[in-house]
Ligand binder design. Sequence first.
Ligand SMILES: Cc1ncc(COP(=O)(O)O)c(C=O)c1O
Length: 400
Amino acid sequence: MDAVYPMGRENILMVPGPTNVPERVLKAMVRPLISHRGPEFRELYGRLLENLKKVFQTGGDVYPLTASGTGGVECALGNLVSPGEPVITVHFGLFGERMREAVVRLGGRPVEVASEWGEAPSLEQVKEALDLNPEARLITIVYNETSTGVAWRMLPELGRLARSRDKILVVDAVSALAGEPLPVDQWNIDVCVAGSQKCLACPPGLSLISVNERAYQALRENKHRLFYFDLEAHRRFAERKETPFTPAVPLFYALDEALQLLFEEGLENRIKRHAACAQAFYEAFDRVGLETISKGSLRSNTLIAVWNPPRVDGDEMRRMAKEGFGVVIGGGAGKLKGKSFRIGSMGMVSLREVSLTLRAVFESLKKLNFSFKEKPERVLEEVEGKLEEALRKLPKLRLS
Ligand SMILES: Cc1ncc(COP(=O)(O)O)c(C=O)c1O
């Protein structure tokens, strides 16, 4: 298990976004610019609007916003939250807490439904909050909590609950779209936000937001909605296949190509690939005695968060993985900084990325005297074998 640089001298990114962007997507960005008020742009934007609906599985609208994921979340809340109104904020990690904070900044009054980080609140807790706060119109939640690797698997039930009580459900799916199942309409999600730089394997800088008729109706009643992120203006301009303001055109080119690649693979296959790669990480870590933060059915398909082993400096392990193996792994987020590390298994991850990452982690941990429960070489070989078998059933992709 020698040190290797898998892509020449370039590192592979196994952080929770941005992820490795395929060459054909990178190349798409270097095309000459076009006017965003001209026919070439209208053709591009029209195609993006249609294709994004397929990825979100919605008959509503989906807009690519020139903003990172946080901008998309701010857009959702800034259209819907009025000063003084109570908002049910379900949170169990850093990004859920950020949604709550955004509600506060907009003058809303968060009604918190929370759990310890690494766990997840129950549906009963949400029901109770709704019973106690019947005047609340909005529920916010992060589907896949990137700080802890918890995927909230009760989203379909939450959607049914929200609809039965006539609430608007706002979901941050920044690190979930195309890596976890997410049929937006079927699950009664009114507004859903994703990011370009995660499972879509596109560069960072775009946020994608879906809006249905119920959400439009609610936001039209909000006199305080934001100016740059006004979703009603996005709808008006989209009628003529334009954006209200100057969009990041090169990123739109990249998104167009990234979606093309996604359709070549198939949305379901992409989710299966993410699940298979995550499963390989979980099995490997369980067997060698590394403890993941999320457990059981809460384990995310896209983000594997691991406690630093006792007496092992996780940040040193990450430095060694990068310098010795060219594998960049994320550190702990928020209050888990210095206590955990995070592997973003997103985008174009496959056998090569998983193997190199496991190798880099295990070799670095050996040097740091971690005591392995099972021999890492054997674990690696078996896990690789299983992953190879699972991936064999999935399509081969053209990346350049
Ligand atoms: C769940 C979740 N929400 C929001 C964000 C924020 O996205 P950005 O950093 O693109 O603003 C992230 C980024 O990691 C995320 O994982």
